[in-house]
Design a protein around this ligand. Structure first.
Ligand code: FPP
Length: 261
């Protein structure tokens, strides 16, 4: 008789329990979720594949998570697709990412538009090749009047660069006499960010097991709950998202206040 592998059984049962998790009630869900989609390279390496295969698999995971967020009626979703620091990766990896981004926008735009997704690019698009820039700009213009999921895609984005840009804009306004230095408050700074008009991030999920912000939405995450999920991004799916949403729902958010008795 074949012996039972208890460790395997336990992990199968855990996976089953995990995939049956129900999402938290709508009022317990975050309005704005941000994702640092980390672990593509390690996912590929573990399978003996090139890093580019990890990014391609990561793009598939992204498709599924956008659908899941839309389905779960999340209002705002921000993803870190390419940072100001990512230009320092090997040339062929940067070129793979550029191609995936372009292909993604070309192949997904109809479905996203149909679902009412509104796309906003966070970051300086001037650094992108012309083809990519046009696709990104068209995606923003085409979806500008949609009122479904607001999808922020951070490309050539850095939190510090975003704050420097905001400070420069406010400095210019002061120089033109349109505002005074002492009239600059937190709302005035928020209004100069790429995310102007949007609520701050409620939940930041970083996959891949690393525990840092890596220059992502430094201002907007000031009171965000953070979940460092060890899942590599290509394996991150709807079930894992729901699992993390339940962790978020169980957290006590006090925003610096004391807990009421
Ligand atoms: C980090 O994993 C991931 C990135 C730098 C790129 C994320 C991009 C995608 C998921 C797909 C492309 C995006 C769009 C909008 C289509 P890593 O390479 O640093 O992984 P590692 O830490 O395991 O090396």
């Amino acid at each position: 008789m074949k012996r039972i592998d208890w460790a395997q059984l336990a992990s199968l049962l855990k996976a089953r329990r995990f995939s049956r998790e129900e999402p938290p009630a709508p009022e317990k869900r975050p309005r704005h979720i941000a994702f640092i989609m980390d672990g593509n390279g390690r996912w590929a390496q573990k399978r003996g594949l090139p890093r580019s295969a990890g990014h391609a698999a990561g793009t598939e995971a992204l498709r599924a998570i956008i659908r899941a967020c839309d389905d779960l009626k999340i209002e705002y979703m921000s993803i870190y697709a390419f940072s100001t620091e990512n230009w320092n990766r090997p040339v062929d990896e940067v070129s793979t990412l550029m191609n995936l981004i372009l292909r993604y926008f070309v192949s997904e735009i109809d479905e996203l538009d149909e679902k009412g997704v509104r796309i906003r690019i966070l970051g300086d698009m001037r650094a992108f090749p012309i083809e990519q820039r046009q696709a990104l700009e068209q995606a923003q213009v085409r979806t500008a009047h949609n009122d479904g999921l607001k999808l922020n895609i951070a490309l050539n984005y850095g939190g510090r660069a975003e704050l420097v840009r905001a400070a420069q804009k406010l400095g210019e306004q002061c120089a033109r006499g349109e505002t005074q230095p002492d009239a600059i408050d937190a709302d005035a700074i928020s209004a100069q960010l790429y995310t102007a008009g949007q609520p701050d991030v409620d939940l930041l999920i970083r996959t891949g097991g690393e525990e840092r912000l890596s220059n992502f939405l430094l201002w907007q995450t000031w009171y965000a709950e953070i979940i460092f999920d060890s899942t590599y991004w290509p394996d991150f799916d709807r079930a894992r998202l729901i699992h993390d949403l339940n962790i978020f729902a169980s957290r006590d958010r006090r925003f610096g206040r004391v807990k009421r008795a």
